[in-house]
Write a protein that binds this ligand. Structure first.
Ligand code: ZN
Length: 365
């Protein structure tokens, strides 16, 4: 992988970034002390809303799919589960490749948690990435995540190394997980909150060092480290974030292998509902990506829910039963889906501000 000082400091071509451009963007976030929101999408409405929000805020952004989101993208009616998860992700990626440049910002395309049983999903997507690379010289996705945190450290890293060896020649990066993110996401990483004091919820710096030593010689990677973060939003007091754990990992790797104060690109899972102060601290310790899903889901649903409640008759009768007035303009999906999109855009305005990425897009133009 190129040393940090060999990377060109932008501007970059707008659109999906991969390879050296991806690394340049990650480095710019870490050097500039800001992070990008990674927003889970499930269809073109959410993809387009994320691109719209990024363009509006002049921020680069990360579009990501969980395996369930990818499955939904393909259509819940599709029979072959694994194929639906692969093709849904590919379909979303092609949609983003086609449109992102028009929005004038840089977009990182990524897929979320893949535990052991989902490795065939990741390998299926990489196969499509290889085909795309042969045609265009670029992979389909910027990066994928493997979450083998349920396995032993050595098994986790051995499998990550195997997959990264296949991805690195395409210029792709791998996100790995060390320690366990609490809460639940698509039934993966389920963890009782009563176990929130479990040491597994806090990544050990020695494990991060070991990961660096195994993976850095192979290719670019990032680490989803656990510092008390959980998926989902819970009542206050249940979650104790300790971002200083991230600083300890950076220090240990830097001490042994150099690479400046923040040698590792870190990822913050479970950003929804987190205290702003802890977000800022985590970003200061080298977090370049913060996942946000629960909050954007709610923003989309809440906006539509309010609209439906305010216009209840239009969602029960095509024509108002007393006045005879047609309701077509209200129940047209473009009306209420657009309201959901705008709810999501508004929530992302807040995320770009929290993460300090607004106005910092590296895209030329
Ligand atoms: Zn996560």
């Amino acid at each position: 992988m190129p040393e940090r000082n060999q990377l060109k400091p932008g501007p970059l071509k707008p659109g999906v970034v991969t390879g050296d451009d991806y690394r340049t963007l990650v480095q710019a976030c870490q050097d500039g002390g800001y992070a990008l929101p990674a927003v889970n999408v499930v269809g073109t409405n959410t993809v387009n809303a994320v691109l719209e929000a990024a363009a509006k805020n002049r921020s680069d952004v990360i579009v990501q799919l969980s395996n369930g989101g990818a499955r939904f993208f393909a259509g819940e009616g599709m029979k072959d589960e694994l194929q639906a998860r692969i093709l849904g992700a590919v379909s979303a990626a092609r949609h983003v490749h086609l449109l992102a440049e028009q929005y004038g910002v840089c977009v990182i395309l990524h897929t979320d948690h893949a535990a052991k049983e989902l490795i065939p999903w990741v390998e299926g997507m990489i196969a499509h990435g290889e085909a795309h690379f042969r045609q265009t010289g670029k992979p389909l996705f910027s990066s994928h995540m493997l979450d083998l945190s349920e396995e032993s450290l050595e098994d986790n890293l051995a499998e990550c190394a195997r997959v990264l060896r296949r991805m690195a020649p395409l210029g792709m990066s791998l996100e790995i997980e060390l320690g366990v993110t609490g809460g639940e996401e698509d039934g993966v990483g389920s963890e009782d909150l009563e176990r929130a004091d479990n040491t597994r919820l806090y990544t050990q710096p020695e494990d991060v060092l070991r990961a660096y030593e195994v993976l850095a010689p192979i290719g670019h990677f990032s680490v989803a480290a656990s510092f008390g973060n959980v998926h989902g939003v819970y009542a206050p007091g249940n979650v104790k974030l300790r971002p200083e754990i991230l600083g300890a990992s950076q220090e240990l790797v830097s001490e042994r292998h150099g690479g400046g104060k923040k040698p590792l690109p870190l990822v913050f899972h479970g950003g929804s509902g987190s205290e702003k102060e802890k977000i800022a601290q985590a970003v200061g310790f080298g977090v370049f990506k913060m996942n946000i899903d629960t909050d954007t889901q709610f923003a989309f649903a809440e906006a539509i829910g309010r609209f439906v409640l305010e216009n209840e008759a239009a969602f029960r009768h095509q024509i108002h039963p007393e006045t005879g007035k047609p309701h077509k303009k209200l129940y047209d999906p473009r009306k209420w889906l657009r309201i959901g999109e705008l709810g999501l855009v508004q929530r992302l305005d807040e995320a770009f501000a929290d993460l300090g990425s607004a106005g910092k897009s590296l895209a030329a133009g």
